[in-house]
Design a binder for this molecule. Sequence first.
Ligand SMILES: NC(=O)c1ccc[n+]([C@@H]2O[C@H](COP(=O)([O-])OP(=O)(O)OC[C@H]3O[C@@H](n4cnc5c(N)ncnc54)[C@H](O)[C@@H]3O)[C@@H](O)[C@H]2O)c1
Length: 259
Amino acid sequence: MSEFNFQGAVAVVTGGAGGIGRALAARLTAEGSRVAIVDLDRASAEEAAAALPGAIGLAADVGDPVAVRAMVAAVESELGPIDIYCSNAGVATGGALGDDEAWDLSWRVHGLAHIYAAREVLPGMQARGSGALVITASAAGLLMMMQSAPYTVTKHASVSIAEWLSVNYGGQGVQVHCLCPQGVRTPMVTSDPRGESEVASSGRIIEPSEVADAVVAAVRANQFLVLPHPEVHGYEQFKVEDRDRWLAGMRRLLARIAG
Ligand SMILES: NC(=O)c1ccc[n+]([C@@H]2O[C@H](COP(=O)([O-])OP(=O)(O)OC[C@H]3O[C@@H](n4cnc5c(N)ncnc54)[C@H](O)[C@@H]3O)[C@@H](O)[C@H]2O)c1
């Protein structure tokens, strides 16, 4: 399979007005792609796009299938068929067990949003024999965000959806990737002191540009799992080797953070 060509590619980045999405949009533009920045608020999507040559900004709620369909149609009519779709929008909501509202929002944004995107873009990519879908999950989707059940569980769903899509749609020119960073210095982390304390206590915090670099490298190499913190691979190995030992260690870490 030939290497993905970013030059002249049409790219969508959801959650593109914020931290990781904004850095991804900048990096894809630097690689020669024409980027559609999608976010909840049109003004912030357009403001982010104005900083990037050739980029456009659109509003869409990725948890709404009608809005996703309309957004994809708008991008394709303005820029052409989508070559790379970064399904990156995310929400940090629902502490502890979470209420129904937090669960509903988390399922929509971390689960259904990826399905809505896949329905709109993967059949066309398959027909053209090229394209990439990059799903932003989290290291919490492989391991755990101890202070939030909704975030942990729905990010596991993001990983599972990416794996399922890779098996069903990957190959013959179509690539599916799953991005699983640990701590990244973005508003999601810096505006939530509790989240920051857990993220800070469980590893190093990297810059959004480092995440964007890792995504571009993984897409070039057609590598499914994107780990901007390579140490996460070791943590996952440690987990699957002995779950009881891992769970006991996580309980100790939680007690240390809470204390
Ligand atoms: N920052 C971290 O440490 C970290 C770690 C692992 C994974 N992630 C994931 O990376 C992704 C990007 O997060 P970030 O850290 O840049 O956060 P962020 O809050 O800076 O950006 C998220 C963006 O998504 C947008 N968004 C939220 N809900 C949306 C919706 N329904 N429709 C459209 N846009 C919506 C927000 O408006 C915001 O601009 C998320 O999926 C997040 O869960 C972040």
